[in-house]
Design a protein around this ligand. Structure first.
Ligand SMILES: C[S@@+](CC[C@H](N)C(=O)[O-])C[C@H]1O[C@@H](n2cnc3c(N)ncnc32)[C@H](O)[C@@H]1O
Length: 206
């Protein structure tokens, strides 16, 4: 685990202002220091993201979330904490992965408690599906990792099936220091006695 960040002067906003969404992001515009990139997809209220950024000043953390009301919270908290390694983009995840995140740019993708779409007829809307592993392969550097968590057993089975079917990924242990940092939804579910199911998948080097 890296050292805790020293507080920095607050920035005006950590929420990225798009000049265009027709070209991939220029990561140097999001982070003052070039260093390993981790992305949380569906960051919600961003409590994981802010804490993970504070604990890992040697990594750049990018949060993706479509709801403005939610993404404003990590913006405010990250600014208060003076974080320079946190940035936020308000956009749809599929579009972000396909068109905006530069290929082979990312060391870790975090996907925590994605909407489960519990009705069978809606399951096609789930984020983690066969298309997702192709998008993750495109985004990750060789050796990069996808970290998944969900409360939903049927969705967890789908996550495992999808990643097991893609030979480019190998299952790996979730690092204990990562599992120790919980999300808003996770705390809520765990408080109701619903456990977290988690798995991590490493993109092979070859
Ligand atoms: C169930 S919440 C989990 C939030 C957070 N990861 C946590 O564990 O506390 C799922 C989040 O993903 C966001 N989301 C769902 N689908 C999305 C999409 N296609 N693009 C962007 N955000 C999305 C929702 O707005 C919501 O904030």
């Amino acid at each position: 685990m890296d050292m805790v960040t020293e507080p920095q002067p607050p920035r005006a906003s950590l929420l990225h202002e798009f000049r265009t969404i027709l070209q991939p992001l220029t990561l140097a515009e999001h982070f003052p220091t070039p260093q390993p990139l981790e992305v949380e997809l569906g960051a919600g209220d961003g409590s994981f993201l802010v804490e993970w950024a504070q604990r890992n000043p040697g990594r750049n953390l990018l949060g993706v979330e479509r709801l403005l009301g939610r993404i404003r919270k990590p913006d405010k908290r990250g600014r208060r904490a003076g974080l320079t390694n946190l940035n936020l983009v308000r956009i749809e995840i599929g579009y972000f992965l396909e068109y905006l995140l530069p290929p082979a740019s990312t060391d870790a993708l975090h996907v925590y408690f994605p909407d489960p779409w519990p009705k069978v007829k809606h399951a096609r809307h789930r984020l983690i599906n066969e298309r997702f592993t192709a998008l993750a392969r495109r985004a990750l550097k060789p050796g990069g990792v996808v970290h998944l968590r969900t409360d939903h057993l049927d969705y967890f089975a789908q996550m495992l099936a999808v990643f097991r079917a893609d030979a480019a990924f190998a299952e790996v242990e979730t690092p204990a220091e990562l599992a120790a940092v919980t999300t808003d939804f996770e705390r809520e579910f765990n408080g109701q006695g619903i456990p977290t199911n988690r798995s991590s998948w490493r993109l092979r080097n070859d």
